[in-house]
Design a protein around this ligand. Sequence first.
Ligand SMILES: NC(=O)c1ccc[n+]([C@@H]2O[C@H](COP(=O)([O-])OP(=O)(O)OC[C@H]3O[C@@H](n4cnc5c(N)ncnc54)[C@H](OP(=O)(O)O)[C@@H]3O)[C@@H](O)[C@H]2O)c1
Length: 322
Amino acid sequence: MRAIQIARTGGPEVMELAEVETPSPGPGQALVRHHAIGLNFIDTYQRSGLYPMKLPATLGNEAAGVVEAVGEGVDAVAIGDRVSYASLPGAYAEANLVSAERLVKLPDAISFETAAAITLKGLTAEYLVQRIWPLEKGDTVLVHAAAGGVGSLLTQWLDHLGIRVIGVVGTEAKAEMVRKQGCAEVIVRDQGDLVEQVRRFTQGLGVKVVYDSVGKATLEASLKSLARRGLLVSYGNASGPPAPVAPLQLSQNGSLYLTRPTLNDFLVTPQERRDAADALFGVVMSGAVTVEIGQTWPLADVRSAHEALEAGHTTGASVLTI
Ligand SMILES: NC(=O)c1ccc[n+]([C@@H]2O[C@H](COP(=O)([O-])OP(=O)(O)OC[C@H]3O[C@@H](n4cnc5c(N)ncnc54)[C@H](OP(=O)(O)O)[C@@H]3O)[C@@H](O)[C@H]2O)c1
């Protein structure tokens, strides 16, 4: 089968199309034949070496397809099931061997492309919305990269629950998009002072939660945008890893909370994954959250996909086709 592998870390050029043996499932494993593959910013961190991997490695963390074979003792899925998965290595390939209990079964109404676009990004949005902090109707929050893969799902889901979202985006075109997604206010980054604009939109109070996936470039402004006893959720590094935060900075900015969460610490058990997937597919199938697949590339053209994602040229989710 074809797979995108790296033998060393670096820019998009380190990714090579390789012909590899299709593996056979061992106990507890399933072989999934991919129909669509999700592109995620984490793939770029693994390629660049920010998140270390044992090399050589097949990149990719998310895909959707059909179970083609199962190993001994597998009863969570059967041959022929339509499934997807998130946060498992080896997704940039025509098929992948995964732990069967990590698979999510797809409702008929969810296409492979949609599943590849939302399993990792949407389960992330689910824990950010439902598990990390108890928000109430009418609370105001700040979402960075609101037009991005996670950001567009997160924004719509928060809006659906009656949370007032201030979205931050890179361009006027993205500002237009997130207004339609339900952002009550939009800030175009690098146009004016972010903290001042947040304070103006909140009568000087600041926001209850900041969801910051940009990292290095935004963390300090994020801290200063919070209300007293607000929460900074630093969940990504699109501009590079943020500088360390001293505990005193938290007290000086209003007795703040800071967390740095990852998906695999929020969805640990099969039941937690099933509940989160049910909630995610529920909001998508009800129409409360619309899935925007902004762009697709053939798997073989993954270098162009990484270049576009890292340059901030994508909107919504990106999918690799087989
Ligand atoms: N912790 C977790 O559990 C978890 C899980 C999934 C994803 N994540 C994180 O969530 C974030 C979003 O992931 P995604 O796959 O959906 O990507 P994405 O948001 O679609 O793409 C990243 C966006 O970040 C913005 N950005 C701002 N400054 C940037 C810079 N210097 N370089 C590049 N982009 C910049 C760009 O939007 P604008 O042009 O609008 O600024 C860009 O489109 C990533 O940081 C990822 O690591 C975390």
